[in-house]
Design a protein. Structure first.
Length: 234
């Protein structure tokens, strides 16, 4: 294992792709704040990852929870250098745009867009102050306007398109501050969301987010959307 003084916060870090992102970041020597809605789930995931992992209770849909978690994270670690906005929901698999339930639309946006935005707002000012940060928004090819060729998963798709827009805006705003902001599509991956038939495992799904989370000092990659470490059309 390499040694690294950086701390990464991974939302939705107790299972699926998030758990694997935390595991890979820990293998690279980072301290990893494993955030999950339930403390017990975060603690169990930390046992799996090892001593570099620290559990954190965090529900991205609650402003109070985000504020408390980031305050606790700073107390525990001094600061957050890397943020992986991985938490996400897909609630509308069988629905189509004319019929999508408004409550489902609202719940999807609240987690996938506003949740990521909320956590970024709590974390990014500290990164700017430190002159260093890596923000990775875990998106999906379903959010790509260039690939928007069906009405399946409408709320999910719109939430990821909006997350992509947030990525571009944050990156532009933070240009020159040392904080790099990118979006990563993990690809169709076996997980609670991806299901058992997906062609790739969590290790492959986590690869591009981890690559972007650990872009080296001096790297200027920001405001991009990537899949398999290559640019993906917006
Ligand atoms: N799997 C795929 O094929 C695929 C493809 C493209 C993109 N993605 C994206 O990859 C990311 C991870 O998905 P996954 O496949 O690993 O799905 P998953 O196994 O269903 O995991 C989703 C994670 O999000 C967390 N989460 C949901 N709502 C939350 C909230 N309000 N606050 C905090 N955490 C919350 C869950 O935490 P709990 O344990 O508390 O429920 C869980 O850790 C998502 O952003 C997803 O959109 C996945």
């Amino acid at each position: 294992m390499q040694h690294d003084s950086r701390t990464a916060l991974v939302t939705g870090g107790a299972r699926g792709i998030g758990l694997e992102i935390g595991r890979q970041l820990a293998d690279l020597g980072l301290r990893v704040l494993v955030a999950a809605r339930k403390s017990e789930a975060a603690e169990e995931a930390c046992c799996v990852i090892g001593p570099a992992a620290v559990p954190l209770a965090l529900d991205v849909t609650s402003a109070w929870s985000v504020t408390e978690a980031v305050r606790e994270a700073r107390e525990l670690t001094g600061g957050i250098d890397v943020l992986v906005n991985n938490a996400g929901v897909s609630l509308d698999r069988e629905l189509r745009p004319p019929y999508v339930d408004e409550d489902i639309l609202r719940a999807t946006l609240d987690t996938n867009l506003t949740g990521a935005w909320r956590v970024a707002q709590a974390v990014v000012p500290g990164m700017v102050e430190a002159g260093y940060g890596r923000v990775v928004n875990v998106t999906s090819s379903y959010g790509s306007l260039a690939l928007m060729d069906s009405g399946r998963h409408p709320a999910y798709r719109v939430s990821k398109t909006a997350l992509n827009a947030l990525t571009r805006m944050l990156a532009a705003e933070l240009s020159g501050t040392g904080v790099l902001v990118n979006a990563a599509d993990p690809g169709w991956t076996r997980s609670g969301m991806g299901g058992p038939s997906a062609p790739r495992g969590p290790r492959e799904g986590a690869d591009t987010p981890v690559w972007l989370a650990t872009l080296p000092e001096g790297d200027e990659t920001t405001g991009g959307l990537f899949a398999d470490r290559r640019p993906l059309a917006w």
